[in-house]
Design a protein around this ligand. Structure first.
Ligand code: PMP
Ligand code: GLN
Length: 380
């Protein structure tokens, strides 16, 4: 039988490849982004309690009401915008499903979608599956800032959506107030939908406020905001997140969501509804990861890797320009197999696989893990 691939150029994700390689060579896995420590015991207790008390059947399609209510409250407190839990919030099976569903809901064949490179890997295939066309706006490779003039040149009457992501994976950069203002100017008066991937909203450093699109009325009225409990509560394996959007967008989102997953596992939803009551847990997350960032950077002081600044998310970019001229994918394999530390190379985040000799190390790890990894990296 001849199979015509809908995604002929797509291969297994770099996260899957590098995590498998780390396992095979028993390397310290700083590749795929996930914590190597446990979630808060209260969260596990709440999920267990939910299951034992009979919460084991389908949750409502939009998510448990008490969870949506507390998400609405948190959003209002943080960003001063009220999303109606009845109509403007949906609980999703992680951010990946949220983004995929948003793209499916809005992109038709030939519609153009603008994304910023380097770009998180799941956006592009989703657009291709809808027959959409992708245009890339390149971040400045030195400081990962966005040139909004470049962005404005990409906008046409076919532009249906712009996808942004702050704090940014893989660079650890963040969008500032002036970036959001520029974006606001560009989309004003258009029908462009903004998909704002804010999964690292609470992982932002040095006192910088997170610039949610929710803070900007012109953006908020056209935005699908995506968040992930996996990042906030060290539960990437639970795959739960949520989407905020005004009613007219959410109606379309839910038309797809109800057939894409219908609903999300109920015990975890009950547990998140419980743990969200403790505001300190998410409000202190930035400080928690800032300490990890500083710890890891200090451990690597004096190494031959050149560390890039990190203002959010839990990734440290390092240039190995002074160490090797090898391709980043090859050098990542070398580090995993021969040095015993697995990173993620950056070229898979570029559509043309540009190689800037950069690697991404995840520092969402126990200090002991970071110490062991740094000791190995210092010898390179
Ligand atoms: N967007 C970004 C930028 C991410 O880094 C990730 C996961 N690392 C996701 C989306 C997907 O999140 P989830 O695991 O909740 O699907
Ligand atoms: N988002 C995680 C990362 O950047 C990986 C998630 C996945 O493996 N798809 O490492």
């Amino acid at each position: 039988m001849f199979v015509t691939s809908k995604l002929p150029e797509v291969k297994t994700t770099i996260f899957t490849i590098m995590s498998a390689l780390a396992k095979k060579h028993q390397a310290i896995n700083l590749s795929q982004g996930f914590p190597d420590f446990s979630p808060h015991p209260k969260l596990i207790e709440a999920a267990t309690k939910a299951m034992l008390s009979g919460q084991n059947q389908y949750a409502p399609m939009q998510g448990l009401m008490n969870l949506r209510e507390i998400i609405a409250q948190k959003t209002q407190e943080l960003y001063n915008v009220y999303y109606n839990p009845e109509k403007e919030i949906t609980v999703t099976a992680g951010a990946t499903q949220a983004i995929f569903t948003a793209i499916m809901a809005f992109i038709r064949p030939q519609d153009e979608v603008i994304m910023i490179e380097p770009v998180y890997d799941s956006y592009l295939p989703a657009v291709r599956l809808c027959g959409g066309m992708v245009k890339f706006c390149q971040m400045n490779p030195d400081d990962f800032s966005i040139n909004w003039k470049d962005m404005s040149k990409l906008i046409s009457n076919k532009t249906k959506a712009i996808i942004i992501n702050s704090p940014h994976n893989p660079t650890g950069s963040t969008l500032k107030e002036k970036d959001l203002q520029e974006l606001q100017k560009l989309v004003q008066g258009t029908d462009i939908v903004v998909i704002s991937d804010e999964v690292y909203e609470h992982i932002i450093f040095d006192g910088e406020p997170h610039q949610s699109v929710a803070l900007y009325p012109e953006l908020a009225q056209r935005s699908i905001i995506v968040s992930s409990f996996g990042k906030t509560y060290h539960t990437t394996g639970w795959k739960v997140g949520y989407v905020l959007a005004p009613e007219n967008l959410m109606v379309e989102f839910q038309k797809v969501h109800q057939y894409n997953v219908f609903s999300v596992n109920i015990a975890s939803q009950a547990a998140f509804a419980e743990i969200l009551k403790d505001k300190d847990l998410y409000l202190s997350l930035g400080q928690f990861y800032q300490e990890k960032r500083n710890y890891f950077r200090n451990l690597l002081q004096g190494s031959r890797f050149e560390l890039k600044p990190v203002s959010g998310a839990y990734f440290q970019l390092a240039s190995y320009q002074k160490i090797s001229e090898e391709k980043d994918t090859d050098f990542a394999i070398y580090l995993t197999e021969k040095v015993g530390v697995a990173p993620i190379p950056l070229s898979p985040f570029y559509s043309k696989q540009q190689d800037f000799k950069l690697l991404r190390f995840c520092f969402a790890k126990e200090n002991e893990t970071l110490e062991k990894a740094a000791a190995k990296l210092m010898k390179v």
